[in-house]
Design a protein around this ligand. Structure first.
Ligand code: FES
Ligand code: FES
Length: 1003
């Protein structure tokens, strides 16, 4: 041990460290500085940044002793909570405040590092340009925001620090109406919307094109700051890994070096003898229980084909053994001492080989439980065969049949917070699992048999999550820590390294897709067919449902026109096969981005072949309001399908608005615009894709909420819903606040804990605002009714005319009678809890929807292509979205910007590849590129609001649809620019260059 001297946040600190400790380890583990985050180990994500002598440095790649004698500043030194009891505080500093106000804080995992980067910049440059800000923030990777709002935040903070007036980000609520108009019965939140009523004053916010109604809401529709933004902007220890427990062990997993092998023998004796090792577990030590890691409702719609540990390994990175030790270094050393003898088996690395005659069988375990048509003897995890209408007749009636092949890669969610879990026995010997998960209730249910514990003996707590994007809709790391806690009786933490995220976590299903479309010469689609060969990797988690959605939500959009619109002819067949590669899983978009790459690239091919107008062709053939969702009677994730009518569709307005914003008419088919003056090697192009998604899984997804009043008139809202950083806690609070007539700061949201919060199926399928929101509305209505009843009685007692409870209006933290008499919520609460006929005013609600109303969008892209090198420079992305009523334009636009940014990676650079032995090429952020602030194109979001009648506030989903259109729109723009038909995503320079040389598809 060596003594380290630091000036840490202005105070002199001395601490004993071992020479190999990084500064990150010392700050977090020895000094309790939790704002400094772990996102990688290789100095690439920037989440661990601190200021050393005022300059940002990445503490994960710096030995602590290198900082000896230096000044180190972290976010703990910045700002204070504005309310601190009797102690006066200076409140948050200008940068923190600006990050909160502009919506720059999403999951908040990168926020401390971003704020420090901003501080360092603003100390040197009081008036930075947009470019300087982007350059400063580019050292910190953010997977949530798309960087637009962080850049805005820094520019705003700079203006504040210069002493300038900045315009308000949020429009002030209009004063209470002069004459209150109480409603008969329930409050009317049936939606009266005023054009522009949610338009705002800074370009942080998107444009909102609202339907011509009169809206009177005071919370729903407003760009409220996130309810958890203060703690995240202060870097509070809110995430799973920030929890310290006495005696906590560190877990590590030994991963397979082979793509497919049988473990002949495994000897862990030497590892177990290593001082500091508390447990080593192999497949010989724990029960053999087959399960699925896919976090889904019961029954799991997929095969059960996974064990915590098995004697067969099925991909490079599969588990071989697990270790718990006093320190990470000891755990890593123990892994090296486990002796394993393998019999290497033939491996399948190309999905096209999986079902070939004589192919090795990947799943031979007798415990295998098939689902629907899974057939492990053919390496088939799932099979889908859907015929709608008469497809062959449709083709026979076509003037032209156009076919094409398309391909999409395996890509990683790359949330900056890795998978992480802490497990421990509580004082009642119940197993507590504190985990960064999207599905806490599924974790409890699915792990119980694996651990041989009754579900009631397990409690799952979900703290803040540093991004999930579907990757945490998986029961992936929880069993490791839980087995080790059971083995040792001690708390255990297991956190993936960034490399493990790439080789052992889940990813998007790669697919090879064939399209065949029949059209009349006037542009009417007569039949449309897709075949998808989908690669589920070594295990079948989400195999059926992801690929089912490829057809269900991408092939559903184009129904044809005229008689074909009345009775569409659509075929969707898919084989989802096992290979010896890391398992695929749920990733934002859930199979739909794969489908739209093929559908929208193919439609463009049809359009160019016919010579018809690109936008007109799409609008002629796409689904419209009032029509039957064509797949709703054909497929429902293995359950009985139910017919569903599309209530709302704003696609036409989306196309109009998006086209206007990108200047479609001036650019499309304008030869002059495609030239770049003075740069003959550059070509400009413009492209479009129209897309849809779903909102929750009908007849399945359910969310619950409970709400109670406190004696100051505030409310506790408990939800099982899981905020991944998306802002769902905030939009749920807004819906409760709207019903109860209070500002959202009076709604204290807690999510989620399987012991305390009602059930919620979790954060996936774009369902939280819609499903959990409707549950919140139901709970809030019960509370509002009790407040009205009691308030009417209290008002009456004060004298004057009698008041009927249903005539009471809840507004501005008060209950108002029609004649203007009122009583505050706080007085109602005191009356109920302490004074008279005492009761706890509370409500509980749950909601399940029989429909899955689709959001629609038009995605536009403008690119510049270097025809000498194939380099594609995306200049601008515009997305016009119909996601129903937007509850919070600030968080919703954050979803669109962040989603478009992830989708841009899918379009041009993200791809996971494997060598001939199944070893991954990408294991860190230097080999797997995600966009940084300085690389981003201009992003524009437009919300075209419709009112979805199946939800009390008219909402539809917003979280996943931005993943769907960017890649095909960019692909179409590249073709428009230079004629390069790149049919395999991502559109790399090499593929563009080859397509230009070959003049043909690159497969
Ligand atoms: S750069 Fe240090 S954690 Fe990623
Ligand atoms: S807000 Fe940046 S990683 Fe989530």
């Amino acid at each position: 041990m060596t003594e380290l001297h630091l000036c840490l946040n202005g105070a002199d600190v001395e601490v004993d460290v071992s020479p190999e400790m990084t500064l990150l380890e010392v700050l977090r583990e020895k000094l309790g500085i939790y704002s400094v985050k772990h996102g990688c180990e290789t100095g690439e994500c920037g989440a661990c940044a601190v200021l050393m002598d005022g300059k940002p440095v990445n503490s994960c790649v710096m030995l602590a002793l290198q900082a000896d004698g230096h000044r180190i500043d972290t976010l703990e030194a910045e700002g204070e909570h504005p309310e601190h009891g009797w102690a006066e505080t200076d409140g948050l500093d200008a940068i923190q405040q600006a990050f909160i106000e502009t919506g720059a804080v999403q999951c908040g995992y990168c926020t401390p590092a971003m704020i420090l980067a901003a501080r360092s910049l603003l100390q040197e440059h009081a008036d930075p340009t947009d470019e300087m800000v982007r350059d400063a923030l580019s050292s910190v990777l953010c997977r949530c925001t798309g960087y637009q709002k962080p850049v805005e935040a820094v520019l705003r903070a700079a203006a504040v620090l210069r002493g300038e007036e900045v315009p308000p980000v949020y429009p002030e609520a209009s004063p209470l109406p002069e004459h209150l108009h109480p409603h008969e019965g329930k409050p009317d939140y049936g939606g009266e919307v005023q054009a522009g009523s949610t338009a705002t004053q800074t370009d942080t916010l998107p444009r909102v094109e609202a339907p011509p109604k009169q809206r009177s809401w005071r919370s729903v529709g407003k760009p409220e700051p996130k309810v958890d933004a203060i703690k995240l902007a202060m870097g509070r220890p809110a995430f799973t890994a920030d929890m310290e427990m006495r005696g906590m062990l560190i877990a590590k997993v030994l991963h397979s070096p082979h793509a497919h092998a049988r473990i002949i023998s495994i000897d862990a004796a030497e590892a177990r003898e290593l001082p500091g090792v508390a447990a080593v577990l192999t497949h010989e030590d724990i029960p053999r229980v087959v399960y699925s890691t896919a976090g889904q409702s019961d029954p799991i719609p997929g095969p059960l084909d996974t064990f915590s540990l098995d004697h067969i390994v099925r991909f490079v990175g599969d588990r071989v053994a697990m270790v718990a030790a006093e320190t990470e270094a000891i755990a890593v050393e123990a892994l090296k001492r486990i002796k394993v003898e393998y019999e290497v088996l033939p491996a399948i690395l190309d999905s096209r080989d999986a079902m070939k005659e004589g192919a090795v069988r990947i799943h031979t375990e007798p415990e295998y439980v098939p689902f629907a048509d899974s057939d492990p003897s053919r390496n088939l995890a799932a099979e889908i065969r859907i015929d709608i209408g008469d497809v062959e007749k449709g083709f026979s009636e076509a003037d032209l049949i156009i076919e094409g092949d398309y391909e999409v890669p395996k890509v990683q969610m790359a949330s900056i917070e890795p998978h992480v879990v802490v497990t421990y026995w509580d004082e009642d010997d119940r197993l507590v699992i504190r985990t960064s998960t999207q599905v806490p209730f599924h974790v409890r249910r699915q792990l119980a048999p694996v651990l041989n514990l009754a579900p009631k003996r397990i409690r799952v707590i979900k703290p803040r999550i540093g991004g999930g994007f579907g990757g945490k809709q998986e029961v992936l790391v929880e069993d490791v820590a839980a087995h080790l806690t059971i083995a040792t009786n001690r708390p255990v933490r297991y956190e993936y390294t960034r490399a493990e995220e790439f080789f052992a976590a889940r990813s998007r299903h790669p697919m090879k897709i064939h399209m065949k479309t029949g059209v009349k010469s006037d542009g009417t689609i007569t039949a449309n067919e897709m075949y998808a060969l989908s690669d589920t990797g070594a295990y079948g988690c989400h195999a059926l449902t992801v690929t089912g959605n490829t057809g269900h939500k991408a092939m559903a959009l184009y129904v044809g026109d005229g008689v074909y619109r009345e009775s569409p002819n659509i075929r969707f067949y898919a084989d989802i096969v096992y290979t010896n590669t890391p398992p695929s899983g749920a990733y934002r978009g859930y199979g739909v981005p794969q489908g739209y790459w093929a559908v929208e690239r193919h439609m463009e091919r049809v359009i160019r072949t016919l010579g018809v107008d690109s936008l007109a062709f799409r609008l002629k053939n796409t689904l419209r309001a009032g029509e039957l969702h064509p797949f709703s009677t054909a497929w429902s994730e293995g359950r009985e399908p139910q017919p569903e009518i599309i209530n709302t569709c704003g696609l036409e307005a989306c196309v109009e608005q998006g086209a206007a914003a990108i200047g479609w008419l001036e650019k499309y088919r304008n030869a002059d615009w495609h030239e770049v003056p003075g740069k003959p090697h550059l070509r400009r192009g413009i492209g479009v894709a129209t897309v849809m998604q779903g909102t929750a899984i009908p007849y399945l997804d359910m969310g619950g909420a409970s709400l109670k009043i406190n004696d100051d008139g505030s409310f506790n809202l408990l939800v099982g819903a899981t905020d991944l950083g998306t802002g769902s806690d905030t939009v749920l609070a807004q819906q409760a606040a709207e019903i109860l007539g209070v500002p959202i700061e009076d709604i204290l949201v807690y999510s989620s804990d399987t012991d305390f919060t009602p059930f919620d199926k979790g954060a996936y399928a774009s369902s939280t605002t819609y499903i959990s929101g409707a549950a919140v509305v139901r709970a809030a209505e019960q509370v509002a009714e009790r407040i009205r009843i009691r308030a009417a009685r209290m008002i009456e007692k004060d004298g004057g005319n009698p008041v009927r409870p249903e005539h009471i209006l809840l507004e501005d933290r008060r209950a108002w009678a029609p004649d203007g008499r009122s009583v505050s919520h706080a007085d109602v609460a005191l009356n109920a809890l302490h004074h008279e006929d005492q009761e706890q005013i509370m409500g509980i609600g749950s909601f399940m929807s029989p429909v899955s109303p689709p959001p629609f969008a038009a995605q536009f892209a403008e690119v510049e292509v270097d025809v000498d090198t194939g380099r594609v420079d995306v200049k601008k992305l515009v997305m016009a979205v119909d996601a129903g009523v937007i509850v919070n334009p600030l968080t919703a636009s954050g979803q669109i910007e962040g989603g478009m940014t992830q989708a841009l990676g899918y379009a041009v650079c993200e791809e996971m590849l494997y060598d001939e032995k199944g070893h991954p090429r990408e294991t860190d952020f230097s080999t797997y590129h995600i966009f940084s602030a300085e690389e981003m194109p201009e992003l524009e979001t437009i919300f075209v609001e419709t009112f979805e009648p199946s939800h009390p506030f008219g909402v539809k989903a917003v979280a996943e649809i931005p993943m769907n259109g960017v890649a095909p729109a960019v692909g179409n723009a590249v073709f428009d620019a230079c004629g390069a038909e790149v049919v395999r995503a991502p559109i790399t320079p090499e593929r563009v260059w080859r397509a230009l040389q070959d003049g043909e598809a690159d497969l």
